[in-house]
Design a protein. Structure first.
Length: 285
């Protein structure tokens, strides 16, 4: 008989095994290890107490991995072992988390599945999720150029906040929200903020993730003034960063309120994959 249980902080190894056995095969993901899982805890605010494993004896049947903030939770992965699909294990673990959050909170639940996975989308709809928005992956394919060093400044996240380059949009993907960027810097010191200075103000800034030289360069956020100078400065910064490295600049899961697709294309980005931001409210038993 299958058993289902929420996990504890000492269940990390079990969750890694369950992820690799039950979630990874269906989506062609790379295996993870304990070290990477612990990075997710810090990076995505993953809570083991919001994670579940379904098993039958020593046999792993399903897994749910979720992150949590004060106002909402996010399903990062949910999967069932290929040998036992269509036996309602996935629906059971999703319902169990919903019932728990209905009591303990937060009651708002999110998920960001790829738009080209109809089976996953149908499953989430059966679990009560509805689409709120489309998120788009972009790769920069525009021009490259070099700006004079006198126009550039490496600044801190605190200095960027003080520059008042517009409010951070509330609707943004889980992994690049403002607090997620702050955690990257706090735990990994992996954030670089490059600003273009014009006259007496910072015109635009890019928040970039530091990576190995031969890796894609993630853009975590683009900040600019909403005027002609700000838009031109953002485009110039992107050209400069593109010229710094032969590896492409990527901007993942961009909400339309963060940057409309038309503007992204004008800036030199090419749209790639898409995701749906889906949400529901936790339901008590």
């Amino acid at each position: 008989m299958a058993s289902y249980r929420f996990c504890r902080s000492d269940d990390v190894a079990l969750l890694v095994d369950a992820y690799n056995a039950c979630y990874r095969p269906a989506f062609g993901m790379q295996p993870i290890d304990v070290v990477e899982f612990k990075r997710w805890i810090r990076k995505y605010e993953l809570w083991t107490s919001s994670c579940m494993v379904a098993s039958e004896g020593q046999r792993l049947l399903g897994v749910l991995i979720a992150a949590k903030r004060e106002t909402e939770s996010c399903i990062l992965a949910v999967g069932v072992h290929p040998d036992v699909r269509h036996l309602d294990h996935g629906r059971h673990i999703m319902t169990s988390l919903s019932q728990k959050l209905a009591i303990l909170g937060p009651s708002r639940m999110l998920c960001e599945p790829p738009s080209d996975q109809p089976r996953v989308l149908k499953f989430l709809e059966h679990c009560g999720y509805a689409q709120e928005a489309t998120l788009t992956d972009y790769r920069y394919t525009g021009l490259s150029a070099t700006l004079p060093s006198s126009m550039l400044a490496e600044i801190s996240l605190e200095e960027l906040d003080a520059a008042e380059l517009g409010d951070d949009p509330e609707e943004i993907c889980w992994g690049r929200a403002g607090r997620a960027i702050g955690r990257r810097q706090e735990y990994f010191e992996s954030v670089r903020v490059l600003a273009l200075v014009g006259g007496e103000r910072i015109e635009a800034a890019l928040i970039l993730e530091r990576v190995e030289p031969d890796s894609e360069r993630p853009l975590l956020a683009l900040r600019r003034h909403d005027d002609v100078a700000g838009r031109r400065s953002a485009a110039a910064l992107l050209r400069h960063v593109a010229g710094e490295s032969a590896q492409p600049l990527v901007w993942e899961r961009v909400h339309e309120l963060e940057c409309a697709e038309e503007e992204a294309i004008e800036l030199g980005f090419e749209p790639l994959g898409r995701y749906f931001r889906m949400a529901t409210e936790a339901v008590p038993a």
